[in-house]
Design a protein around this ligand. Structure first.
Ligand SMILES: [Zn+2]
Length: 216
């Protein structure tokens, strides 16, 4: 799928909530990707790149923003339009963990959808700029991130619930995507309400000077 760059840019700068889930913005200077509604001051246009899926942003080397939390973006069907097959495939992967079960494979998923593996891969490449496996990996990380933020479950429990199969695998993938260990993210969560205000103020100050991007 080719995103309309001008349209994405307008939505990003306006923080238009109607576009939430339809695209993600990678900021080259920070290496972070965001939802269109991110509360952090928008980066300069020359430093951003748009992606049709979180998985595509991660494949390109961007890590999820800890402020707008891409894992909480709504599931958006608008951008896939009539491609009901892609939508159904995403639902099976994201909501049912169709590629997480033991013995699961892209072949079997494609078969469930009444098509071949190659055809499914082509559809994913066109609409999401990512493979079914990459979308499944992002879905696992996002499930885990939500459990870290919203529950007090142990990392072992989260690893299994999120579909990683083992704690070792969870730690490795999570560290790759977030560039930090899952336990660090949870520690960062505790008592963050006090720091959040400070962060907003810092962002504004940096923005006022026009001196590039706030640290995240
Ligand atoms: Zn953000």
């Amino acid at each position: 799928m080719s995103l309309d760059v001008a349209e994405c840019e307008r939505a990003r700068v306006a923080r238009d909530p109607r576009y939430d889930g339809r695209f993600f913005t990678g900021v080259r200077t920070t290496g972070i990707y965001c939802r269109p509604v991110c509360p952090v001051r928008p980066a300069r246009s020359t430093n951003v790149q748009f992606f049709p899926s979180a998985a595509a942003a991660e494949i390109a080397g961007f890590r999820p923003c800890l402020r707008c939390r891409p894992e909480t973006a709504p599931f958006s069907r608008a951008w896939i339009g009539s491609r009901a097959t892609v939508e159904r495939a995403i639902r099976l992967i994201v909501e049912e963990g169709a590629l997480d079960e033991k013995g699961a494979s892209v072949d079997k998923l494609a078969e469930r959808l009444g098509m071949g593996r190659r055809q499914l891969a082509r559809l994913f490449a066109r609409h999401l700029n990512a493979s079914p496996s990459a979308v499944a990996r992002t879905a696992r990380v996002q499930r885990a991130k939500r459990l870290i933020d919203e529950t007090d479950k142990s990392m072992m429990e989260i690893a299994i619930l999120a579909g990683f199969g083992s704690l070792r695998r969870f730690n490795a993938v999570f560290a790759e995507i977030y560039r930090r260990a899952p336990t660090k993210i949870r520690r960062g969560r505790q008592g963050h309400s006090g720091r959040r205000g400070q962060g907003d103020r810092d962002a504004q100050l940096v923005g006022c000077r026009g001196a590039g991007l706030p640290r995240r």
